[in-house]
Ligand binder design. Structure first.
Ligand code: CA
Length: 422
């Protein structure tokens, strides 16, 4: 096989709704990186740029294999965030996603944590090669929702893993074997939330990495630009191919974009006093709720989010408020019921409670609606939940007789509606 190298382009945009860019991106002839910072305006940019600083140290001759070096760099980045948080309580809760690829001249060492993504375009087909560490991805894997539904799910941005400066760091590491003509995309969720996969595929097939990167960012902005959007695009070519002098990477210089390319901001105090006005809930702030350390204790991600946010003061008020405004319609012992809370199944923990059990039995519903109720129907509000129930009520078919217990059967515990609380 011919020796390979790659052309690269890194591009970012703050987007149309945010005042600062918390993403960082980097591309060079050895290294491709995206980090999407979290922790609110106070620290997200710090988390992503500090992490990128550690990963960038790999842009040199390595004295160990690329995957080992990458593991060590990710650990150092984690420790660095931990130290910054220890030194300055104002940045407590900050963290970052990371998607990083290190080229060793033959293959790519890959690190992935969070919901920034890696895609490969090969033979005209785009494939996502990273798996999101998100709550909705876990629902997809359990077969509760489809990948399409995940894209628009109200809780799609809640992360289960990130680099948070804590002991429970669990990134995915792997090797990738690129082939001649492969193109790779690393991107933040500001792209994937705004642009459908088939549109990403189309952009990735454009004439070169610069045009593809620019087209992706343009589509994210046209799609709403709700979030910072960062893309790093690479195309594998034969090592002895002459480079097009018009390409941005033709000067052989690394490309550094986003928070890491900006002037470091002073940290302490930027969080400001807790706001007393009822804030508009920003889904990014909630996403940026740190995840409770796992430490094999199986504390629920949501509970952790609320507890830690509670410790953070101002943010806790609306995190709690938020959790109490979540409703969904699901089954309670054979009947349709309205639940308050979030429909998350965490072993040994119940994160929701029944708000009202209706007298609509599941058996009286058409099969399709029955299935929807079994899966749980997300409501935007209590009123919305009532509307869903009214809609179900209007579809009640002739009640089917409930199965009669055999004479030897003992009364079933499930005859009593229960509202489990932790
Ligand atoms: Ca983001």
């Amino acid at each position: 096989m011919a020796d390979l190298t790659f052309r690269y382009a890194a591009l970012t945009d703050t987007g149309l709704r945010r005042s600062n860019n918390q993403d960082s991106g980097y591309a060079s002839d050895r290294l491709l990186v995206i980090a999407d910072g979290m922790g609110g305006a106070a620290a997200g940019d710090l988390a992503s740029s500090e992490t990128l600083a550690e990963i960038r140290a790999l842009d040199t001759e390595l004295d160990t294999d690329a995957l080992t070096a990458l593991r060590q760099a990710v650990n150092r980045a984690n420790q660095r965030l931990g130290r910054l948080i220890d030194e300055d309580p104002a940045v407590e809760g900050m963290g970052t996603t990371l998607e990083a690829m290190v080229w060793d001249g033959d293959k790519l060492a890959v690190a992935h944590i969070g919901d920034s993504r890696a895609y490969r375009l090969r033979d005209g087909r785009l494939t996502q090669i990273s798996t999101d560490h998100t709550f909705v991805q876990s629902l997809v894997e359990e077969g509760k929702i489809t990948a399409d539904e995940a894209r628009t799910h109200p809780h799609r941005s809640l992360l289960l893993k990130a680099i948070l400066g804590r002991d429970d760091l669990e990134p995915d590491f792997s090797w990738l074997q690129p082939a001649l003509g492969d193109r790779y995309l690393l991107c933040s969720d500001g792209l994937t939330d705004m642009v459908a996969p088939e549109e990403i595929e189309r952009s990735m097939m454009l004439e070169n990495v610069d045009v593809a990167a620019a087209d992706l960012v343009r589509k994210a902005l046209e799609g709403g630009g709700y979030d910072n959007v960062t893309v790093v695009v690479a195309e594998f070519v034969a090592a002895d191919d002459a480079i097009d002098p018009d390409l941005s990477c033709a000067n052989d210089q690394p490309q550094l974009v986003g928070a890491a390319a900006e002037q470091p901001r002073p940290r302490t105090g930027l969080a400001g006093p807790p706001t007393t006005a009822a804030p508009v809930v920003d889904p990014e702030e909630l996403r940026y709720a740190p995840v409770e350390p796992g430490r094999r204790r199986w504390i629920g991600w949501l509970l952790g989010t609320i507890v830690i946010l509670g410790l953070l003061g101002g943010a806790g008020a609306y995190a709690y408020d938020w959790s109490q405004k979540q409703f969904y319609v699901a089954e309670s012992d054979g009947n349709v019921a309205i639940f308050r809370g979030v429909d998350a199944s965490v072993p040994g923990l119940t994160l929701t409670e029944v708000d009202e059990v209706t007298d609509i039995t599941l058996d009286s519903l058409p099969a399709y609606q029955r299935e929807r109720v079994r899966d749980g129907i997300t409501a935007n509000s209590r009123a919305d939940a009532e509307r869903i129930v009214a809609n179900l009520d209007s579809q009640v078919t002739t009640p089917t007789p409930t199965p009669t217990p055999t004479s030897t059967a003992t009364p079933s515990a499930s005859a009593t509606p229960t509202a489990d609380t932790p």
